[in-house]
Design a binder for this molecule. Sequence first.
Ligand code: GRG
Length: 311
Amino acid sequence: MRAPREDRPTAAEPAGAAPETGDPSYPDHLCGIVEAYLGDLDFGAAPAAQPLVAAMRYSLLAGGKRIRPVLTLSVAEREGRSPQSVLPFAAALELIHTYSLIHDDLPAIDDDDLRRGKPTCHVVFGEDIAILAGDGLFAEAYRLVLEEQEAPADVIVVVLAEIAAATGVRGMVGGQYMDVAGAASDDDDLRTLHALKTGRLIEAAVVGGALLCRVSSDGLAAYRAYAREVGLLFQIVDDILDVVGEAETLGKSAGKDARQDKTTYVSRFGLEAARRLATESHERAGRLLEALGGHGGSLRTVTDYVYRRRS
Ligand code: GRG
């Protein structure tokens, strides 16, 4: 689950700069819908494969902020649709995000033993089961969209194409490769790495929601521009939290980027400059949201949360 209330900041300050009290608002009504849907998912596994399902559910239901599906539901709300109308797609993104975390934590990649405040999947179930749990979540995500998401077939195809692009070599896995290979040598590389590894799935969450709501092509472009900025903001704040956060609040190991000599917004520009970059990105995201017209609603709330979060 999200950080306990007392761990969430309230001031209009970037992560790590705000006082340790208060409760920045979050669309808890949308988060609750996502949580309930994920908890009820039936993967339909054979009895002999139930231990694999246990591993998948262990990581999926270990908590997490649910930012990606909440973004999708926020887009639906903004477009006057029910959050439930995009729920299978939104949940699919959380399955994919969880798969990426399980694989990222493996000894061969980031080698971490704490995630979402609990021992990582491979620590509890073993590396072999953890790899399969991630694979299973990824495939189940596609099944969810294909079998449970209501939309005309041509819209489903476009939505699946968005997911494939966001997760493949031109997206999350390509960004992860750049990270693992230490392939970010300048500012452009750093931006590309994070846009692919983290930003692209956040973009798919917003754009996929807009596609399902049959937004016009101009509207889609506006949503995409906004989502890209939120992805950048998310990552800058993540880099700051890795330096100023504590494992207990983050639910994952802190200080890892420096220990692994990773190039981050903090290592590249310093903590104060990274905070300034976060503030500028937050302002740009706000302007892009205003460009969408109307009031920001839950999207505004999530945007502010991404900026102020402590976990
Ligand atoms: C097949 C080895 C292999 C890799 C697949 C693992 C992978 C591709 C990509 C890694 C993507 C990754 C782990 C990106 C990190 C993004 C990030 C900052 C995650 C934390 O997201 P939060 O803060 O986490 O939303 P919660 O727990 O709240 O959901």
